[in-house]
Design a protein around this ligand. Structure first.
Ligand code: F0G
Length: 463
């Protein structure tokens, strides 16, 4: 009997579409006007003026019928909602932590964790910064120190685990400042700003051993840890036969707690949590959440939101789901690669990252090449992406100077279970056309800059 080689077989999404939402199409003239009004910042465009929205994979996923049914079972009691207990049970079962407080989204949990652990003058080492994570570390009086492997800053390196912590850099920091000045290691898996790059199990294990020697806790940004587990299954020796759920559990067991933006992996439109194994720190979190989010059994969420999140966790760790999810990102990335469009390698878990430095070598950094590229992609086809470069990096709080990250990227993030391969084809073709006409683009300059996380609300104009 003739059989296809399993590695050559196509995959299909493990779901079918039950409800659709119309997508609006617009003309280039219309988009040019909207872009100008939005100060060339894709965050300031109205969603209705966007045809394919790849701004973020955060809170933009499609829920399943099982999740929607869960909304109807919301127990909207102020205290002790049954949906909280379901959420708590699923965080324990799939992520393995002892204690859980819900928060309205990831940054709510980041705020709590930073306030509880960090004291003024502390250093917080991490595998590359994330915007909101670092902001909360700084607001709590800490200074973020990047200890990711060098390959992470090189968009052309094809290393399979570019999210790994460089243990030498970490140990050097510990020796320099002393372990009393390091409240925890901030470990993200996958690493968003590096291009959705994963951390290997081996690296997490070695990190754990190093931190145990110095009694420093390891806290995980678990926002896309399921995608990270999938990459371990695909790329790391000894994990091919393991289920993604098992790998996730093992990975989390190497850390002391986690914060979560459930708007990504967990397939909900809003929600997050903080989970800690340490009793005392948990007690502090349960107390502080009342001040900023809500009682410790709802943390700023409705009961129905916690139910959707509890159910989303179950679906997120299914092997078929995560394969299709990352597979779609890979599909878009490979298509662009085959047309020589410069993208970050390897293709990440949640997004394809375009390398604006190689795209627009003629545009100086101070004229925001990545922001310019995001604007051009919108103009071309109504596809919305996001800058992840010098604008996102912001200014050094001490010197006020622009931070100059080595990476100057545009992120095309793919919502989960929302778009089809045809949407990916249209997106790829639009980006290729922008690439053909790349020499005609000139940069942008800032005309309004907000104080915090400036990329969200900054306004620019063409130079
Ligand atoms: N950590 C990571 C790795 C994230 O990507 C995000 C959000 C957060 C924490 C904060 O979570 O948005 O729920 O408060 N990332 C979004 C993005 C905004 O588009 O990548 P949040």
């Amino acid at each position: 009997m003739r059989k296809r080689d399993p590695s050559q077989k196509s995959w299909a999404e493990p779901w079918k579409i039950k409800m659709v939402e119309p997508v609006r199409r617009t003309t280039p003239e219309y988009r040019r006007e909207r872009l100008r009004e939005a100060g060339y910042n894709t965050f300031l465009l109205a969603s209705e003026d966007v045809s394919i929205d790849l701004l973020t994979d955060s809170g933009t996923s499609a829920m399943s019928d099982y999740q929607w049914a869960g909304l109807m079972l919301g127990d909207e009691a102020y205290a002790g909602s049954r949906n909280f207990y379901h959420l708590e049970a699923n965080v324990r079962k799939f992520y393995g932590y002892k204690h859980v407080v819900p928060t309205h989204q990831g940054r709510g949990a980041e705020h709590l964790v930073a306030q509880i652990y960090i004291k003024k003058g502390d250093f917080v080492p991490g595998n590359m910064y994330f915007t909101t994570t670092r902001m909360h570390q700084e607001l709590a009086g800490g200074a973020f120190v990047d200890v990711i492997v060098d390959e992470a800053h090189d968009p052309e390196s094809q290393a399979p685990f570019k999210g790994n912590v460089d243990l030498q850099k970490l140990e050097d920091l510990i020796k320099k400042v002393g372990c009393e000045a390091i409240p925890y290691v901030s470990l993200a898996a996958t690493v968003n700003m590096a291009g959705g790059q994963p951390v290997s199990m081996q690296n997490a294990r070695e990190l754990r051993a190093l931190c145990e020697r110095y009694a420093i806790p390891v806290l995980l940004d678990a926002t896309r840890a399921v995608e990270n587990a999938y990459f371990i299954q695909q790329r790391e020796q000894g994990y091919r036969e393991k289920k993604v759920a098992e790998i996730l559990f093992e990975f989390c067991s190497l850390t002391d707690g986690a914060w979560m933006s459930a708007k990504k992996d967990s397939l909900v439109n809003i929600g997050g949590w903080l989970a800690l194994n340490d009793e005392e720190k948990f007690d502090a979190a349960r107390n502080l959440v009342v001040v900023y989010e809500g009682l410790h059994t709802y943390g700023g969420l409705a009961g129905r939101d916690m139910e959707a999140m509890a159910r989303g966790i179950e679906e997120s760790v299914e092997d078929d789901h995560i394969r299709a999810r990352v597979g779609q990102v890979e599909y878009l990335g490979q298509k662009l690669l085959s047309w020589d469009v410069p993208v970050v390698l390897p293709i990440g878990g949640h997004a394809v990252f375009l390398d604006a430095k190689r795209f627009y070598p003629h545009i100086p950094r101070e004229n925001f090449p990545a922001q310019t590229l995001a604007a051009q992609i919108y103009l071309e086809a109504g596809v919305r992406t996001m800058e992840r470069g010098i604008l996102s990096a912001g200014r050094d709080p001490k010197t006020g100077q622009n931070r100059l990250p080595r990476l100057e990227l545009v992120r095309a993030a793919i919502p989960r279970r929302v778009y089809t391969q045809a949407h990916m084809d249209v997106t790829a073709e639009a980006i290729e056309e922008v690439y053909w006409n790349r020499k005609r683009a000139s940069g942008l300059r800032l005309i309004y800059e907000p104080r915090y996380l400036r990329f969200f609300q900054a306004r620019l104009e063409p130079v």
